[in-house]
Design a protein around this ligand. Structure first.
Ligand code: RRO
Length: 310
């Protein structure tokens, strides 16, 4: 699968693409992942849903999304009409195993996207009391096996940074039919007001992202990459070219930019050009040269900012 460059926008940071249309050229990116879609529409958690801290950001958006029917009616048709070169993945998130299957079945016939990112690692699902499926390898298997028989599109499994044995989970995910892994989602956390002791977020705890997440993301990519032979998409704290290159060295074929977009909406397109500059400065001709472990076939890329294969 060819991508014009290795930089994608991460789920939950670019809506369904149209939200960033005014500020960013989506077709300059390798691709993007939509906000996670649930079967029913969701309003999300009480405000504030996002707070900054010195190491990054904490969020508890609570899966706010238009739901399956409106995604089919309004969101995917817009993507089909407006996105040409960027590759699009629809993120799906169920509250139950069966809901994942219903989502894949319901979305599979639509145009506008290449594959699914199966979000097994949302830390903010109140209905599941914050316990993500990704920490239960049996559930991971059941969800992915059911998705696999319902679609021939690429399936990315998004796993968790706080998995004590991510290599094992990665193996089970691939055995069940995942074509690639996204590592990693946000890390569960809590911020409190020192004076009052109240949580900074309306929902209480949330998912931590940004620079402080990078070491956890890199470790997860490296561990999973040593266990399975499928492409890995690295995510967590990527701001500039050196961060993306570190993920490539750990074994990521592609990278996803998330929190950086909140601070600078064009962070991802800047990263594409930044990687090209980084390559010239360091005498590196292709992204492929940087990827520590490439599954199947090598990435084919004329320059580090361009042409990745996963
Ligand atoms: O919506 C959210 O609160 C959310 C999701 Br679905 C996720 O996967 N990761 C995250 O940090 N927040």
């Amino acid at each position: 699968m060819d991508f014009q460059n290795p930089v994608l926008l991460a789920a939950g940071t670019c809506g369904f693409g149209m939200e960033l249309e005014e500020v960013l050229d989506l077709d300059a990116l390798g691709g993007f992942v939509t906000k996670s879609v649930t079967v029913e529409p969701r309003e999300g958690n009480p405000a504030p849903r996002v707070v900054e801290f010195s190491g990054g950001m904490l969020n508890s958006v609570g899966l706010a999304n238009p739901g399956l029917d409106r995604t089919l009616r309004d969101k995917l048709p817009w993507i089909a009409r407006n996105v040409r070169r960027a590759r699009v993945f629809v993120s799906v998130a169920g509250h139950t195993v069966q809901e994942f299957h219903r989502l894949v079945e319901g979305l599979d016939g639509a145009d506008g996207f290449l594959g699914f990112e199966v979000n097994l690692s949302c830390p903010n699902d109140a209905r599941r009391d914050g316990a993500p499926f990704a920490l239960d390898p049996h559930a991971v298997e059941e969800i992915l096996a059911g998705c696999r028989i319902r679609t021939q599109r690429p399936l990315l499994a998004k796993l968790a940074p706080n998995d004590p044995d991510v290599a094992h989970t990665a193996r089970r995910a691939v055995e069940a039919g995942a074509d690639a892994l996204t590592l990693t989602n946000t890390l569960p956390g809590l911020l409190l007001d020192a004076a009052t002791g109240s949580p900074a977020l309306g929902a209480g705890g949330g998912g931590m992202s940004g620079p402080a997440l990078r070491p956890a993301g890199l470790r997860a990519v490296q561990r999973a990459g040593s266990a399975v032979d499928v492409p890995i998409l690295g995510a967590g704290g990527i701001l500039g070219p050196a961060d993306a290159v570190a993920y490539a060295r750990a074994g990521a074929c592609l990278v996803q930019v998330g929190t950086a977009t909140f601070a600078a909406p064009r962070a991802a397109t800047r990263l594409v050009t930044g990687l090209e500059r980084w390559g010239r400065r360091h005498g590196v001709d292709s992204w492929d040269e940087l990827v520590g472990r490439v599954a199947g076939k090598p990435a084919r890329a004329p320059a580090p900012g361009a042409g990745a294969t996963a």
